[in-house]
Design a protein around this ligand. Structure first.
Ligand SMILES: NC(=O)c1ccc[n+]([C@@H]2O[C@H](COP(=O)([O-])OP(=O)(O)OC[C@H]3O[C@@H](n4cnc5c(N)ncnc54)[C@H](OP(=O)(O)O)[C@@H]3O)[C@@H](O)[C@H]2O)c1
Length: 245
């Protein structure tokens, strides 16, 4: 394994943080599989990295489609026989600015957010786990958000106290719960599972109002994807700092 290239899958990698993390992982010598639901956008993103000399591939994967999970597992089985790094990055924040009030958010909106931000990463991880178990150093990174922190949301002194959107925030809190539960179950294996908060980053989701450049925003997920053998598991991090759940 020491001399073998790491095989990484990043969901929602056609743009934003997903593309950035794929690029940063490719720069470390990893083989990167850029997953996207839109084949044209995904092919173009992979071609951009290939054009820079990196080992990049495209995989069609709508994270909400169980058939795509099965196809993804078959892809890694056939082409690599294992998966070393899974970054569950694809996410949506469809409540919009000023939306997401606890008193009025429609259940249907919350269901849609949970489909992508919670049920999808859980189901995809379950489908790929047999291949991650075949890795010498499996790493699962769940792209959460500081907005998934219950502790900070409950603290009037925290910087996120007034940034509340029920659907998005609770979906990321649920994703954090998955991190904790899966890491507990995988104790004693070579697999590490962690949640990442990238920062508030300039992407389509983060908007231009965000203070953090995308190159910086990609770092937390990549650090967790490349954790050494003695690295932590079952944690929630931003740039190496632990966040309260
Ligand atoms: N930007 C921030 O400040 C920030 C802060 C905290 C956490 N995060 C988290 O970081 C992750 C990436 O965010 P971002 O800022 O890069 O957002 P973004 O620019 O909006 O990109 C989101 C990506 O997810 C993909 N996606 C959405 N639904 C999908 C589905 N059903 N199947 C496959 N792909 C799907 C999108 O694909 P399409 O192009 O096809 O829509 C896109 O590639 C998200 O999980 C987000 O919650 C971001």
């Amino acid at each position: 394994m020491a001399n073998e290239k790491k095989i990484a899958l990043i969901t929602g990698a056609n743009k934003g943080l997903g593309f950035e993390m794929a690029k940063q992982l490719a720069q470390t010598g990893a083989t990167v599989v850029l997953a996207a639901r839109d084949p044209q956008k995904g092919e173009a993103a992979a071609a951009l990295l290939k054009g820079q000399g990196f080992d990049a591939h495209f995989l069609k994967l709508d994270v909400t489609k169980p058939a795509d999970h099965t196809a993804a597992a078959a892809f890694f089985e056939k082409n690599f026989g294992r998966l070393d790094i899974l970054i569950n990055n694809a996410g949506i924040a469809s409540e919009g600015l000023g939306g997401g009030k606890a008193s009025t958010t429609p259940t249907e909106v919350m269901r849609q957010i949970f489909e992508t931000n919670y049920f999808a990463p859980v189901a995809l991880t379950q489908a790929l786990l047999p291949l991650i178990r075949k890795s010498e150093a499996g790493r699962i990174v769940n792209m959460s958000s500081i907005l998934g922190s219950q502790t900070l949301h409950a603290d009037p002194k925290s910087p996120i106290y007034d940034f509340k959107a029920l659907g998005y925030d609770s979906s990321k809190a649920a994703l954090n719960s998955f991190t904790i539960h899966l890491a507990h179950e995988l104790q004693g294996t070579k697999i590490k599972v962690n949640s990442a908060h990238p920062g508030w980053v300039k992407t389509d989701m983060g908007t231009d109002a965000a203070p953090m450049e995308i190159s910086e925003g990609g770092k937390t997920g990549v650090q967790l994807a490349l954790l050494p053998e003695d690295g932590l598991t079952g944690g929630y991090f931003h740039l190496g700092q632990a966040l309260p759940w």
